[in-house]
Design a protein around this ligand. Structure first.
Ligand code: PLP
Length: 490
């Protein structure tokens, strides 16, 4: 393998795996040791890598040293360091030793667990860990695998909302007739992630039947149930068919929380599928004091949280629970001869291929299992609480500075803030906040992102990277203040 001298390739030689594997782990451990030396946001220009790498793949083997040298010299400069303790942009995407080991084991076993028979442990462990987590979240019994409900690991919240939208679409079309597709209406707030829009595009929901209901600061960007009721009534009067509601617990822009119980009542009364997107904030709801934010989830048909955001499970691991697995499998199952087997035919098992878009699936439950076992739920609760405490401290620092304001009340570990307008000049203020964002991120010392709320450009500081400590939060605020002071006095 090393010299291409005509030897037969042994791509999974145990001794080479041992040697190279140890070296790769050392490489990654050293990366984490020095992660703070890198600019958090990659500072390269578009196309930088084309200039550094050859035009075609090598004909003959190269050494691991050569490859790792290139990783150091050419790849790492183009990496934005999501695991840096000074990464505060978007939402966190946690890695951890436990998650990493699970990922490693999954890669090592190299199974493809689309049906139970293709690796019974993969299916059964997934059912078990999703039940464990459902218990930690205190989800209603109907979401557990005992009855007709259960959980499944998807790759992303986008896939999760797509599969339940398709399940809901087919469920309603089975009762009203296939030709009614153009009458189906979807409801959400204007704070809902664009993943829903994409799902509607894929599922053939007519764009004019997507009701994006307006929110504002009076409800901290939560959807008002009266607005939903009004829209549903109007659509019913117009002969349309309301069939899907997506509510949020922790919106992407500002962690807004929709009132699930009141919205769910309307959805249930109108026989609509009710999906709850708690991609980021779901993790916090394992803490009893934050569980209130998913009160009303008992009225939902499906619930989603990304363990790969704030739950120490390396990307990707998006958890979806449904009450009625038949709706999913009726919409997504196929049964070609080449996949038939006794256990499936006898209806004795879950075949997760029928709960998702692709056929093939990785053994992702291993990493969540590792996280739950190596850390335990009490440690995970403390982990979440610590980030929320740090966010509170950051919020406090911002509120003490008269040049800044907090834009929406903080609920979890995201702080939305901005430079205040001078002499009520909103437009100038937006530009100034954009300038501040660029200046802060080009410093390489931290990375924050932005959003817009009611036309205001808002800066977002999302605390949740596994290595973040108080000193990183304080340092981040210092850099923001320094850059702001430079901008305000130039
Ligand atoms: N929903 C919410 C609330 C999110 O914050 C995000 C991403 O940040 C998504 C959905 C989409 O997530 P994914 O990348 O898993 O599709």
């Amino acid at each position: 393998m090393e010299n291409g001298s005509g030897k037969v390739l042994k791509p999974m030689d145990s001794e080479q795996l041992r040697e190279y594997g140890h070296r790769m782990v050392d490489f990654i451990a050293d990366y984490y040791k020095t992660i703070e030396d890198f600019p958090v946001l990659s500072q390269v220009q578009p196309g930088y890598l084309h200039k550094l790498l050859p035009d075609s793949a090598p004909d003959h083997p190269e050494t691991l040293d050569q490859v790792l040298d290139d990783v150091r010299a050419k790849i790492l400069p183009g990496v934005t360091h999501w695991q840096s303790p000074s990464f505060f942009a978007y939402y966190p995407s946690n890695s951890s030793v436990a998650g990493f080991l699970g990922e490693m084991l999954s890669a090592g076993l190299g199974i493809v667990g689309f049906s139970w028979v293709t690796s019974p442990a993969a299916t059964e462990l997934e059912m078990i860990v999703l039940d464990w987590l459902a218990k930690l979240l205190n989800l209603p019994e109907q979401f557990m695998s005992k009855g007709n409900g259960g959980g499944v690991i998807q790759g992303s919240a986008s896939e999760a909302v797509l599969v339940v939208l398709i399940a809901a679409r087919d469920k309603v079309l089975r009762s009203v007739g296939k030709n009614a597709l153009q009458k189906l209406v979807v409801y959400s707030s204007d704070q809902t992630h664009s993943a829903l829009q994409k799902a509607c595009q894929i599922a053939g929901i007519h764009p004019e039947n997507c009701r994006v209901l307006k929110t504002d600061s009076s409800t901290n960007y939560a959807l008002r149930p009266e607005l939903l009721q009004e829209a549903v009534s109007q659509d019913l009067e117009a002969g349309l068919i309301p069939f899907f509601l997506c509510a949020n617990v922790g919106t992407t822009s500002s962690t807004a929380v929709d009132p699930l119980a009141a919205l769910g009542k309307i959805a249930n009364r109108n026989e609509m599928w009710f999906h709850v997107d708690a991609a980021y904030a779901g993790s916090a709801c394992i803490c009893p004091e934050y569980r209130q934010y998913i009160d009303g989830v008992e009225t939902a048909d499906s619930f989603n949280m990304n363990a790969h955001k704030w739950f120490l499970t390396n990307f990707d691991c998006s958890l979806l629970w449904v009450k009625d697995q038949d709706s999913l499998t009726l919409a997504l199952s196929t049964n070609p001869e080449f996949l038939k087997n006794k256990a499936s035919q006898a209806n004795l098992v879950v075949d997760y291929k029928d709960w998702q878009i692709p056929l093939g699936r990785r053994f992702r439950s291993l990493k969540l299992w590792m996280v739950l076992r190596l850390y335990g739920s009490e440690t995970l609760k403390s982990y979440i609480r610590n980030h929320i405490k740090l966010a509170k401290e950051f919020e406090q620092l911002v509120s003490l500075d008269p040049n800044f304001e907090i834009v929406t009340p903080r609920i979890f570990s995201l702080v939305c803030f901005r430079l205040v307008p001078v002499k009520n000049e909103e437009k100038k203020c937006n530009n100034r906040n954009r300038e501040l964002l660029d200046a802060v991120n080009s410093s390489g010392k931290l990375f924050i992102s932005h959003t817009a709320l009611s036309g205001k450009i808002v800066l977002r500081c999302a605390i949740g990277a596994p290595l973040t400590e108080e000193k990183h939060v304080k340092e981040a605020w210092k850099v923001i203040q320094e850059e702001a002071s430079y901008l305000l006095h130039k």
